[in-house]
Ligand binder design. Structure first.
Ligand code: PEP
Ligand code: MN
Length: 263
C-alpha cells in the first residue's frame, strides 16, 4: 500500500501535530453545534467533529439530524475556521459529505465490520482528495481494519488514516471498549506512515479515564486525538457520560506530555 507521509498531510492542511479533533458526539441543534464550535476556538482543536447519522445499537435512541446538519457544519467552518469531520455509514452519506465540502470523512466502527458497506463508500469517495479515516471494527480484528483501509486505498484515496476507538468485550472491564493496544501497534508497525488517531472517549465511555488513555496514545506515538466535547455534557442526546466540556479539554491538553522528539 502506497503510504502517505503524515507530516506532509498535516502541513498541507495547515494543521498542528498531534492533531486534535473535538466536538460533540451528535449534532443536536444548530445552536448547540455553534456553541460548542465557538467554545472550541479557545482550545488546541483544529477540527470540529459531530455525528449527524448516528448508528445506534438499539432502535428508539436519537439517530441523528441527518443531512440538514451538514449546513450547520458549513457554518462552523465559515464562522470559526475549524475544519469539519463527519461519520458516514453508506454511499449516500459519503456523497452528501463531499457535496457539502466536509474536510474529514470517517467510517464508524459499526461500518468497518461490513465489507459491502465499506466498498460502497469507497466507490462513492473514489479519487477524493479529502482525508478519510477508518475507525477500527468493533471486534478486535486487525485484518478487517486493514481490509477496510485497503478498499479505500484501491479507490484512489491517498489521504487515509486510522482511528483507534477500542473493541467490544463481553468481559467486565473499566473500559466501554477495551483498548487492546497491541492491535493499533501492529497496524502502526505494518504501515509506519499511516496516520493513527486515538479516540479515548469511546474507549473510556466515561470522563474519568480520558486523560490517561490520551497520554498512553501519545506515548505510543499516535498522531492525534479525537475527543467528544459538549458544552453541557450531562444533557447530551448521545454518549452523555463520556463527553467533556471545552474547559476540561483545555485542562487535559495542558497536562498531556507530547514527545516532540519523536515527531
Ligand atoms: C462516534 O464517533 O460518535 C461513534 C459512533 O463512534 P464509534 O463508531 O467509534 O462507535
Ligand atoms: Mn459518540
Amino acid at each position: 500500500m502506497e503510504q502517505v507521509n503524515f507530516m506532509t498531510w498535516l502541513e498541507n492542511m495547515g494543521l498542528s501535530h498531534p492533531l486534535l479533533i473535538a466536538g460533540p458526539c451528535s449534532a443536536e441543534t444548530e445552536e448547540q453545534v455553534m456553541e460548542v464550535a465557538h467554545a472550541l476556538k479557545k482550545t488546541d482543536a483544529t477540527v470540529f467533529r459531530a455525528g449527524i447519522w448516528k448508528p445506534r445499537t438499539r432502535p428508539g435512541s436519537f439517530e441523528g439530524q441527518g443531512g440538514k446538519a451538514l449546513a450547520w457544519l458549513q457554518r462552523v467552518k465559515k464562522e470559526t475556521g475549524l475544519l469539519t469531520a463527519v461519520e458516514v455509514g453508506n454511499a449516500q452519506h459519503a456523497k452528501l459529505a463531499l457535496e457539502f465540502d466536509i474536510d474529514i470523512i470517517w467510517i464508524g466502527a459499526r461500518t468497518t465490520v461490513n465489507p459491502f458497506a465499506v466498498q460502497e463508500i469507497a466507490d462513492a469517495l473514489q479519487g477524493t482528495e479529502k482525508i478519510v479515516l477508518v475507525k477500527n471494527p468493533i471486534n478486535p480484528d486487525l485484518e478487517l481494519w486493514i481490509g477496510a483501509i485497503e478498499r479505500l486505498h484501491k479507490s484512489g484515496i491517498k489521504n487515509l488514516g486510522a482511528i483507534h476507538r477500542g473493541f467490544s468485550t463481553f468481559r467486565k472491564s473499566k473500559y466501554r471498549n477495551i483498548p487492546n493496544w497491541q492491535i493499533p501497534i501492529d497496524l502502526k508497525t505494518k504501515y509506519p506512515t499511516l496516520p493513527i488517531i486515538n479516540d479515548p472517549s469511546h474507549i473510556c465511555g466515561e470522563r474519568e479515564g480520558i486523560f490517561d488513555v490520551s497520554q498512553t496514545a501519545l506515548d505510543l506515538k499516535f498522531d492525534g486525538l479525537m475527543i467528544e466535547t459538549h458544552c453541557h455534557p450531562d444533557e447530551a442526546w448521545s454518549d452523555a457520560k463520556q463527553q467533556i466540556t471545552p474547559d476540561r479539554l483545555i485542562e487535559i491538553t495542558e497536562d498531556l506530555r507530547v514527545r516532540r522528539d519523536t515527531f
